[in-house]
Structure formats: structure tokens, C-alpha cells
Design a protein around this ligand. Structure first.
Ligand SMILES: Cc1cc2nc3c(=O)[nH]c(=O)nc-3n(C[C@H](O)[C@H](O)[C@H](O)COP(=O)(O)O)c2cc1C
Length: 245
């Protein structure tokens, strides 16, 4: 074990924060870490917008589906997929920005955002801060686009609450190793592993909720995925210049 591995293995999402502000120096390290992530063709298709204003955080908490910890956390970072600088680069070189018409742009942008967020999370946690990702900002994505004054070719993908943990949640168990790691070819016979994980997660939930719930993993996933997504991402993306063909 080294410090990096220890930090990563100790990760758990934090949904309760103290009011203590984050040191500017720590925020600077978090943003620098995000920028140090690799990016496709060094395109650096990520922008981060920090929200510290209480009124804006309260509004975002509601937009994200009443997730009160967005308001509670002293800092809320919004990670955006950003092709605006690529647009400027193309303009400077007298060509059009063709890639935004293709789904490939969104895949690349989402990977870049994910890598950048992960660096931010690891550094924040190594500094004693807690975090939770907030995909809920895509619930009413067009409203978030307006709030942030985003130009064309920029779209918010995920938020990140950061603050000092008020309580330390339990580590959440992960799927068995042989359900996610394969050598040479994929093995689709995973029902046994899912049964095993369901049992583990049911026990975990029972303890975490003081006996109020023993919902297992597959029940949770099925509940979520049985419905069509209510988020109109395609419309928002088209509005921001991404055709995704
Ligand atoms: C892309 C993404 C979006 C997420 N969105 C939310 C969210 O809107 N609200 C929330 O409470 N947790 C959110 N999470 C946190 C996950 O629920 C959490 O990471 C997962 O349950 C594993 O738990 P752990 O992070 O404590 O290990 C999100 C995580 C990711 C990676």
C-alpha cells in the first residue's frame, strides 16, 4: 500500500458536510489535479465551474432533485464537456468544427470529464475532504446551461460536492472481482456473482439504514433501469451544438 492506493481504497461518497470553507490553496490543487488528467488528443475537453454562492447552490440542489447536500457543501463544482476552445482553435485555423456533429465527440468528452473528475476526487479525499458526484444536475439540464451562461459546445455532465465530512459513511462493497475482471475474453455467466453481491449489499443496506431497508443491488438497478430516462439530454445537447449523429 502507498498513500495513493490508501486514498482510493478508502473512497466513499459523503452526503453530509460541515460549514467549514475549503482553503483556496486546496481548491487550487483540486483544479490542477483535474487539469493533469490525460485527455483525448490533448483536447482538454473539460471546464469546471465552481459554485460557492448560497442562493445558486440552493437552486441547483432543487434542480438536481432536492439533493440538499449540494446546498450544504461549501463548494459545488460542475464539470462540463467543453468543445468551445476546440471551436476557437478551428476558427483560428479556418476550418469548421465537424466533430461536434458526431456521437464520438460526446464519448470523448465524457471520458475526459470522468478522468478529470476522478483526479479531483482523489486529491480532495487525500486532503481530508469528502465528495459526492451529482449526475442529478442533468435532471433539468437546460436550466443549468442557462444558469451557468454556457456558450455553444459546452454542456454540464456532472457535479461534485466538496466539503469537510460531517459523518463518515461506511465503505460500499463492490461486485466480486470475477464479475468485472476477465482475461482474454468476456465471461457472461455472471448470475452466481450477482446473487453473491445481492446478499452482501442487502446486509450492507440493512446495517446502513438501521434495519429500514435490505434492498439488494439487482433490485436497486432494476428499479432504476426499468423506466425510460426522464432527462431530455438530446434536446439540451442539440441546443448546445452537439448533434450526436
Ligand atoms: C456519474 C455519477 C453520478 C452520480 N450522481 C449522484 C447523485 O446525483 N446523487 C448522489 O447522491 N450520488 C450520486 N453518485 C454517487 C453514487 O451513488 C456512488 O458513487 C455509488 O453509490 C458508490 O458509492 P460510493 O461512492 O460511496 O462508493 C453519482 C456517481 C457517479 C459516478
Amino acid at each position: 500500500m502507498n498513500d495513493v492506493i490508501t486514498t482510493i481504497f478508502n473512497h466513499r461518497s459523503i452526503r453530509s458536510y460541515s460549514k467549514s470553507p475549503i482553503k483556496e490553496d486546496d481548491l487550487d490543487k483540486i483544479i490542477q489535479a483535474s487539469q493533469h488528467a490525460p485527455s483525448s488528443i490533448n483536447g482538454q475537453h473539460v471546464s469546471i465551474i465552481a459554485i460557492k454562492d448560497e442562493v445558486k447552490k440552493a437552486k441547483l440542489a432543487i434542480l438536481a432533485g432536492n439533493q440538499s447536500y449540494i446546498e450544504e457543501a461549501p463548494l459545488f463544482l460542475i464539470f462540463c464537456q467543453d468543445y468551445y476552445r476546440a471551436y476557437l482553435a478551428c476558427q483560428k485555423n479556418n476550418v469548421s468544427l465537424e466533430i461536434v456533429n458526431h456521437l464520438e465527440a460526446t464519448l470523448v468528452g465524457a471520458i475526459d470529464v470522468g478522468l478529470s473528475m476522478m483526479n479531483a476526487i482523489n486529491v480532495a479525499e487525500s486532503l481530508g475532504l469528502g465528495t459526492v458526484c451529482i449526475g442529478g444536475i442533468r435532471n433539468q439540464i437546460e436550466e443549468v446551461v442557462r444558469m451557468l451562461d454556457l456558450p455553444s459546445y459546452v454542456i454540464p455532465l456532472c457535479g461534485l460536492c466538496i466539503g469537510y465530512p460531517e459523518d463518515k459513511s461506511e465503505l460500499k462493497p463492490r461486485l466480486p472481482h470475477d464479475a468485472v475482471y476477465f482475461e482474454e475474453t468476456y465471461n457472461p455467466n455472471l448470475n452466481k456473482q450477482i446473487d453473491q453481491y445481492d446478499e452482501e449489499m442487502a446486509n450492507y443496506m440493512f446495517q446502513r439504514t438501521d434495519g429500514k431497508s435490505n434492498r439488494n443491488w439487482s433490485e436497486g438497478i432494476a428499479q432504476f433501469y426499468k423506466n425510460k430516462s426522464k432527462r431530455d439530454i438530446r434536446k439540451a445537447m442539440i441546443g448546445q451544438g452537439f448533434k450526436n449523429e
